[in-house]
Design a protein around this ligand. Structure first.
Ligand code: GDP
Ligand code: IMO
Ligand code: MG
Length: 426
């Protein structure tokens, strides 16, 4: 039995989709365990691009079975659209995709509430996919779950109760309260597609682990967006770290064998919140252009900056990452010199690891520069093919954060990857 968790080690968009798709060649099942359609996971195979929001990134492999686990929040319409879009491309989905009945639904009014909140002074820069309000309803124990799709009367009653709870917020925002029949109608229209896919998520994951399958747990977002451990309040609303995989899927932490942390060779962030190594002006624009750094879900330009080692050490610690996958190394190929933040200084104190957010406002990054390689590496297929300066940069990252590197990505395509391509091999 072997279970590998794939987590984002920064602020999301590290290339989790690409790595899960690649690893899934050697897996029997893939479990998506956090977040919802705020995620945008990009897969590029043979020059064709696919962006997934809810469906696990193993779906392109016909031998792989996938589940959207119960820690996620599912926008039923988005999921139905995603299924239809994949089927239109000739990919079989309904025979291999399951949805945990205990996962909560994102309802149309959650998205409206998210948008309303984002108009206020305390905007987070969310994806406006209704994630925060849906998790809020879940925690308040009035959430509506995938299993409720089986019972239209019960679901309609729950929508009515919830809308009466939210009505004052809509009214204060000058927006009409959505009509119960419209909401219930839209959601129940998805029941025909989703009810047949529903299962007991805990039993499903237990069975795949007990069969001795190679299981991938696919994270969404990134460590610094975690609701407990991220740069609060500029975070998402779920537990996105490896511990979240265990908690949400109902598997003991000791059944998880490895945690692979996906790290961009530099840093990006979408939305508001602290970003100590951010590059402003031309330098940031240049990195964005080289890396095509625009959100896979919202199209927003991503903020760009240098690699932040204190943040990475923190991500390694809170996730128990034992292997790193470095992505987008090729994006740095034009630079004659690369800059890395090796530590922070805050009011005269040196921090090797990201401190709590109260201290983040006054951070002065401590920089180190290393030579660039100034050559195209996108055709490299073995670590030995990389220029010496690129290998030196990778070796330095390993040493700086004291974590071995397993995988290096030098382009968006599945084949543009070097290192250990099978995470289940010893
Ligand atoms: P995810 O949310 O972590 O799955 O990442 P996204 O898909 O949101 O963003 C990563 C982007 O970088 C996508 O457009 C990928 O196709 C692209 N990408 C992934 N790995 C590489 C790489 O090594 N080099 C380049 N140039 N692009 C990459
Ligand atoms: P993937 O899985 C990057 C960010 C949003 C915002 C904050 C809260 O593709 O890496 P939310 O809509 O979750 O309430 O927004 O979190 N965010 C992401 N940033 N990648 C993601 O997912 C993200 N999911 C949420 O931009 O700052
Ligand atoms: Mg993304």
């Amino acid at each position: 039995m072997s279970s590998v968790v794939v987590v984002g080690a920064q602020w999301g968009d590290e290339g989790k989709g690409k790595v899960v798709d690649l690893y899934a060649q050697h897996a029997q099942s893939v479990v998506r365990y956090a977040g919802g359609a705020n995620a945008g996971h990009t897969l590029v195979v043979g020059g064709e691009t696919l962006i997934l929001h809810l469906i696990p990134s193993g779906i392109l492999h016909s031998h792989v079975r996938c589940i959207i686990g119960q820690g996620t929040v599912i926008d039923p319409r988005t999921l139905c659209e995603e299924i239809t879009a994949l089927e239109a491309r000739g990919i079989s989905v309904r025979d291999r995709l399951m949805v945990a009945g205990r996962a909560h639904l994102v309802l149309p009014y959650h998205k409206e509430l998210d948008c309303l909140r984002e108009k206020g002074a305390r905007a987070i820069g969310t994806t406006k996919r209704g994630i925060g309000p849906a998790y809020q309803d879940k925690a308040a124990r009035r959430g509506i779950r995938v299993s409720d799709l089986r019972d239209p009367a019960r679901l309609t009653q729950a929508v009515e109760d919830n809308l009466s709870y939210w009505a004052p917020i809509f009214e204060a925002g000058g927006v009409d309260v959505p009509r119960v029949a419209d909401v219930a109608g839209e959601v129940l229209a998805c029941a025909e597609t989703l009810v047949p896919l529903m299962c007991d998520g805990v039993a499903w994951v237990k069975a795949t682990q007990e069969r001795g399958d190679h299981v991938l747990f696919e994270g969404a977002q990134g460590a610094l967006l975690d609701v407990d451990h991220g740069t609060y309040p500029f975070v998402t609303s779920s537990s996105v770290t490896s511990g979240g995989a265990s908690a949400a899927c109902g598997v003991g932490p000791r059944t998880l064998d490895h945690v692979v942390g996906i790290v961009k060779a530099y840093s990006t962030r979408v939305g508001e919140g602290p970003f100590p190594t951010e590059l402003h002006g031309e330098a940031g624009d240049q990195l964005r252009a080289w890396g095509h750094e625009y959100g896979a879900t919202t199209g927003r330009p991503r903020r760009c900056g240098w690699l932040d080692l204190p943040a990475l050490r923190y991500a390694i610690h809170i996730n128990g990452i034992d292997r790193l996958a470095i992505t987008k190394l090729d994006v740095l190929s034009e630079l004659s010199e690369l800059t890395v933040c090796t530590a922070y200084e805050v009011n005269g104190t040196r921090y090797e690891m990201l401190p709590s957010e109260e201290d983040l406002a006054d951070v002065t990054p401590i920089w180190e520069t290393v030579p660039g390689w100034k050559s195209d590496i996108t055709a490299c297929r073995k670590l030995e093919d990389l220029p010496k300066e690129a290998r030196d940069y990778l070796n330095k990252i390993e040493a700086w954060v004291n974590c071995p590197m397993d995988l290096v990505s030098v382009g968006p395509d599945r084949v543009q990857t070097l290192g250990r391509l099978n995470p289940f091999s010893e």
